[in-house]
Design a protein. Structure first.
Length: 461
């Protein structure tokens, strides 16, 4: 049998490091050693002498190294419906856009996924997530096309296989032709998990069970979806407590608020995370903390749709796991997660806690370790520690935009968007000098423009 190939090492030196570990360890001048797909060592000063099989050395002078950013909520297909319904609240926005979304197909979905992933990856995202819940009949292999785009981009990826079975005729918001049947949604979700989910430590693709929202799915789909996820050993995701209209909807239809409704259907637990959670009272937050239910905080989308300000400081104080989400780019047209670090901090300072709401390091933690907690992968990613997967980003902070800010974490969070000199996922570089290495960005731009125009024609815009 052939001898095993020696592990290749990449050495990064002369950088500032924010590990985002349990002690918030930082090094003003330090090094990181990548061995294969793992972080082998890191610390102050230069890397150890005598390292074998070093294939690359990076002089990262003027850079901050952080864990890769982790996106915990998105809808990739919306990349080709950006800039529409720009003055609507959530329910009106959904009613305006569902008829268009219901006409997507595999080609459109693949192109939109490419655009969404490219924008995030070139901005420091190393783990992406997509909540896809629109499956028009005869539209092709939408889940497969999204996963293919993620593999080509090179990011770690969680597909939350969504579903809807409550249409307009049942009192829901989606048009009747945009939903699946209960049995069809459950069967297709199970098939997606069995075909694509990888439970290994260094998995690049994982699947979650993700009925869309209380106002677009039946109680039975929620209940049986939770049972399915736990039988298959995967996580659960949905939208929750996003708007006051949703709260009213739940009280009118189910006689209780969203959190109590979710608990009644088995949807609170350490294997669950929900998007938004804007309108949470004290007892809601206590229930999430007691059950370790996670939250994907989407500050830009919440502002775009006038949903409100989530009580993130109170959630964190109670022990609720909180990560950051871009949300779909029809409600956050920039499609970038690194801007959410700053927006999370600024928006939450408009709330009750004012200047004490969040600081720069808490914002960075939301976008890294918090996201890893929410996705159930905190043992593998989300902080820079020996033995963890080599998902990390080099942010350039010595240019005009940041050079006069002494503290690098403050520069990254409070300052202008920082260029990404290099981004590594699983030890493999996917970005260099703010450009993707494995995807042609210009070709993706052309494709997304063409598919957006095609969808507009089909939808009659």
């Amino acid at each position: 049998m052939a001898a095993d190939r020696p592990i290749e090492r990449t050495v990064i030196e002369n950088c500032s490091i924010a590990t985002v570990d349990a002690h918030d360890t930082e090094h003003a001048h330090g090094h990181v050693v990548i061995a294969g797909n793992r972080i082998e060592s890191l610390g102050a000063g230069r890397a150890p002498e005598g390292l074998e099989n070093v294939v690359r050395r990076i002089d990262a002078t003027g850079h901050l190294v952080t864990p890769g950013l982790i996106n915990t909520h998105h809808h990739f297909y919306q990349w080709i419906t950006r800039g529409l319904a720009t003055d609507h609240n959530l329910f009106d926005w959904l009613v305006a856009l569902y008829p268009t979304w219901a006409r997507i197909d595999e080609t459109m979905t693949y192109s939109a996924a490419q655009g969404s992933l490219a924008m995030m990856a070139r901005g420091g995202v190393t783990t992406a997530m997509d909540h896809h819940y629109v499956f028009p009949r005869g539209s092709g292999d939408l889940s497969g096309s999204i996963i293919r785009a993620a593999r080509e981009t090179g990011v770690r990826f969680t597909l939350a296989r969504g579903s809807m079975d409550r249409s307009e005729k049942d009192g829901g918001l989606p048009p009747d032709f945009a939903v699946e049947t209960l049995d069809g949604a459950l069967a297709a979700t199970e098939a997606t998990v069995k075909e694509h989910h990888d439970a290994s430590f260094d998995a690049m693709v994982q699947i979650a069970v993700a009925p869309c929202s209380p106002f677009s799915v039946s109680t039975e789909l929620l209940r049986q979806g939770a049972e399915l996820a736990r039988r298959l050993g995967v996580r659960l995701h949905t939208h929750g407590s996003e708007t006051v209209e949703e709260e009213q909807f739940c009280k009118e239809l189910f006689g209780m608020g969203p959190t109590d409704y979710f608990e009644s259907t088995g949807w609170l637990g350490e294997d669950v995370w929900m998007a938004h959670c804007v309108h949470m009272n004290d007892s809601d937050i206590a229930a999430f903390a007691r059950t370790r239910t996670g939250v994907a905080h989407c500050p830009s989308s919440n502002a775009r749709l006038a949903a409100g300000i989530a009580r993130v400081p109170d959630m964190l104080a109670a022990g609720v796991p909180v990560g950051l989400g871009v949300d779909g780019t029809a409600s956050n047209e920039s499609g970038e997660l690194h801007t959410e670090l700053r927006n999370a901090l600024l928006v939450n300072r408009l709330g009750a806690h004012r200047e004490a709401a969040l600081n720069a390091r808490q914002a960075l933690r939301l976008g890294t370790h918090g996201g890893a907690q929410v996705l159930g992968r905190a043992d593998q990613i989300g902080s820079l520690e020996p033995g963890k997967l080599a998902d990390l980003v080099l942010w350039k902070l010595d240019t005009l935009a940041h050079a006069s800010i002494a503290d690098p974490v403050t520069a990254l969070v409070f300052g202008a968007v920082a260029p990404v000199t290099a981004s590594f996922v699983n030890g493999r570089q996917i970005v260099e000098d703010n450009r993707l290495l494995h995807v042609d960005e210009d070709a993706v731009a052309r494709s997304t423009r063409e598919q957006a125009q095609r969808l507009a024609r089909i939808a009659g815009h």
